[in-house]
Design a protein. Structure first.
Length: 356
């Protein structure tokens, strides 16, 4: 078996400010040694993701750039193909197109999330157009065959997934997988197994697929205090069918399908303190602490480094870190991880290389 490539450490930066200002955040991440910056896409919550990516591409030299994630519901696949091509031209070899079902893009405008069948077709259309092939569109007057001028065939298409259908789909057709299950070994094992099933069904090897895991992160000596802040995240997971996964970690919660007083949703609440207070009705401090320890990367630099090493040993090839909050850049997280965790992780990797 070939040795695993070095673990890529990324950070999620919401397009919550003017693109020219956010570039400074991205440059700082690049300077501190982060491998990737991932930008989410939600047209009412943030600035346009591809505008932000364009500024980041022009303002950096090395760091990987990606969407985590855009969607094929509010954006037609042909529009996404053109936007992806345009960014990839400005950052050759550095851009990854991450795709998902929609979530905060579709909810605020009353659209449905993309089904697995529609995602399969959309991924096929994206790949064909980016590779320069014609695609037959269902026009209102009949089929229309068209192609993308000046294609960009080397844009990796990564699919974000948490449910079994999309996990298998990712293993079958995507160039990489973004796992939305946190860093819990129990849930990661199940998610990876579904990806492997999809890959094997398509005659592919899961070892050839980059596996990126998203995780909330806090560098802290006081996990209890930080854990209380992620109650809305825990509540949202329970609210959206994730209660069985939480139960595996001993977290037993029952959150109503609708929670009043939080806009636009629990994960992206504009008033985070209020969301924490509201969610305290269902998520106790003890449950939040269990969630932080099992699913998140909370702790001292040494503890986080140890967790990252353990993740890498399971076959995970990348992690992108998230801070709590959607409307400010993760400046503090970038500084804390970049100055304490990344050097320790690099030292750990060098030590292991010396032992082989």
């Amino acid at each position: 078996m070939n040795p695993l490539p070095a673990l890529r450490i990324g950070v999620r930066v919401p397009p919550c400010d003017r693109a020219d200002r956010l570039v400074e955040t991205v440059r700082r991440a690049e300077h501190l040694g982060f491998d990737d910056v991932w930008f989410p896409d939600s047209q009412l919550l943030w600035r346009d993701v591809f505008t932000t990516l364009t500024a980041a591409a022009l303002g950096t030299d090395r760091i990987g750039l990606g969407t985590a994630v855009t969607n094929l519901a509010t954006r037609h696949p042909a529009v996404v193909a053109s936007a992806a091509r345009s960014v990839a031209e400005l950052a050759p070899g550095r851009f990854t197109l991450g795709l998902g079902v929609g979530n905060s893009s579709v909810g605020p405008v009353g659209l449905r999330q993309t089904t697995s069948a529609a995602m399969r077709e959309g991924l096929g259309m994206l790949r064909a157009l980016l590779d320069g092939h014609e695609w037959e569109f269902d026009g209102f007057q009949g089929p229309v065959r068209s192609r993308l001028r000046d294609p960009q065939p080397h844009v990796p298409l990564h699919l974000a997934a948490s449910g079994p259908k999309n996990l298998r789909l990712a293993g079958e057709v995507a160039d990489g997988v973004i796992l939305l299950s946190g860093v819990s070994p129990r849930t990661l094992e199940g998610a990876s197994a579904r990806v492997r099933e999809g890959a094997e069904a398509a005659g592919r090897s899961v070892d050839d697929l980059p596996l990126t895991v998203s995780a909330f992160c806090a560098v802290t000596d006081d996990i209890e205090a930080e854990a209380r802040l992620i109650k809305p995240i825990c509540a949202s997971i329970a609210q959206n069918g994730g209660a069985p996964f939480l139960a595996l970690a001993g977290i037993h919660v029952d959150v109503p399908a609708t929670v009043e007083g939080v806009y636009p949703d629990l994960v992206h609440a504009e008033d985070w303190d209020t969301a924490v207070d509201i969610c305290s009705a269902w998520i106790s401090d003890e449950a939040a602490l269990l969630f932080a320890r099992e699913f998140c990367l909370f702790g001292t630099p040494a503890q986080i480094t140890e967790r990252l090493d353990a993740l890498h040993a399971t076959g995970v090839t990348g992690v992108f870190l998230q801070h709590v909050g959607s409307y400010d850049p993760p400046t503090d997280l970038i500084e804390a991880v970049g100055t304490s965790v990344l050097p320790a992780l690099s030292h750990s990797a060098r030590a292991k290389a010396g032992q082989r």
